[in-house]
Design a protein around this ligand. Structure first.
Ligand SMILES: C[S@@+](CC[C@H](N)C(=O)[O-])C[C@H]1O[C@@H](n2cnc3c(N)ncnc32)[C@H](O)[C@@H]1O
Length: 327
């Protein structure tokens, strides 16, 4: 397959790790100088501008640039047939489970990708779907918390590259959206999923809000078996269904990464007390909702814990303000 590659920066370098051996790059286009640029060479191949495409023979154009949308538009304007344009968005995969986990509507994926072609050219792409996203504006997609997911990805890289030992846990799983990503990143680790799978406990709500009238219907619409079935590496997952901390029976276990997302003061405080002493050196707790104005009990629990145990917290600018606790 003869390819013209649009992009000569970091996205291009990343694409080269994923490209099929049968691809031959015959020219490059600098994605930031599509029409004006060109001339000279890049990696021993001619660097051209879009108007020269008609003079060369090639099969496909691969967009390897964070500037994806405008490059694609410019190629279409230059008369290039859409069916030979392919590319990828980091962290995206033609996998309904991932799309669901990231809440990506189908149209969203289609808008950017010629999926079959992209996978033909970059067969290793599927395995690498959690790499850096360059399209920051996508962070505003409803329900898609780029910074939270990307922070998780970076933490997992630290843990895996340093061989920090221990299991993985999430307290507060609900339908398993974040859990699926955790499970995918830590695919070989034992993963414990703690949740009532029936929503909050009335006594915790009462303790927090002074009445059970609040949030008593929230987070009930889930099912432990369905969540387990939806995990990409379910063979390593163990569901701990019921009220936390009553379901914690892992006194001898060490943990490399724990996600805490139970929203309320009491279970969050209990979870910090339980997991922090069992966290391996080099491990992380990622606690959600530190800046959630509705569930302010989380912040209270974390601040109290941090003060009582002299533990430093690192705030993250994701949608509800997670914090990281490192050991
Ligand atoms: C915000 S949801 C979790 C969302 C999930 N982490 C995600 O990002 O997709 C909070 C969950 O905490 C669970 N939860 C709250 N208090 C709990 C407790 N004491 N024991 C077990 N689960 C609890 C609720 O049932 C609910 O499913």
């Amino acid at each position: 397959m003869k390819l013209v590659v649009c992009g000569i920066g970091s996205a291009y370098k990343y694409a080269m790790e994923l490209i099929d051996d049968s691809c031959e790059i015959i020219a490059f286009i600098n994605s930031y100088e599509l029409t004006r640029g060109g001339g000279g060479q890049f990696n021993n191949k001619p660097l051209i501008n879009i108007s020269k495409l008609k003079d060369i023979e090639f099969d496909y154009i691969l967009i390897a640039s964070g500037n994806f949308e405008s490059v694609k538009e410019e190629l279409l304007r230059a008369g290039i047939n859409e069916s030979i344009i392919c590319g990828y968005i980091f962290e995206r995969e033609n996998n309904p489970k991932i799309q669901e986990a990231l809440k990506l509507p189908n149209e969203f994926v289609k808008r950017y990708l010629n999926l079959d072609l992209t996978q033909k050219i970059m067969p290793k792409w599927k395995a690498k779907n959690f790499q850096a996203v360059t399209m920051w504006h996508e962070n505003t997609q409803e329900g898609f918390d780029f910074i939270r997911i990307q922070t998780l990805y970076l933490l997992s890289q630290q843990i895996l590259s340093k061989n920090v030992n221990g299991a993985i846990a999430e307290c507060g799983v609900f339908k398993g959206e974040f859990a699926r990503i955790i499970n995918r990143l830590f695919k070989d680790r034992q993963f414990y999923l703690f949740d009532t799978f029936e929503g909050f406990s009335p006594s915790d709500i009462k303790c927090e809000f002074g009445s059970t009238d609040f949030f008593n219907k929230g987070f009930k619409n889930t099912n432990a078996n369905a969540v387990l079935e939806s995990m990409p590496h379910k063979e390593n997952c163990i569901i701990k269904q019921g009220y936390f901390p009553g379901t914690f029976d892992l006194d001898d276990e060490k943990f490399a990464f724990v996600s805490l997302d139970m929203d309320l003061y009491k279970p969050m405080k209990d979870a910090l007390e339980i997991f922090y002493p069992r966290l391996s050196q080099g491990g992380y707790i990622m606690a959600h909702d530190y800046h959630n104005k509705v569930f302010s009990g989380t912040k209270e629990a974390i601040d109290e814990f941090s003060k009582e145990h002299n533990v430093t917290i690192i705030p993250i600018a994701d949608l509800f303000g997670s914090v990281i606790i490192a050991k």
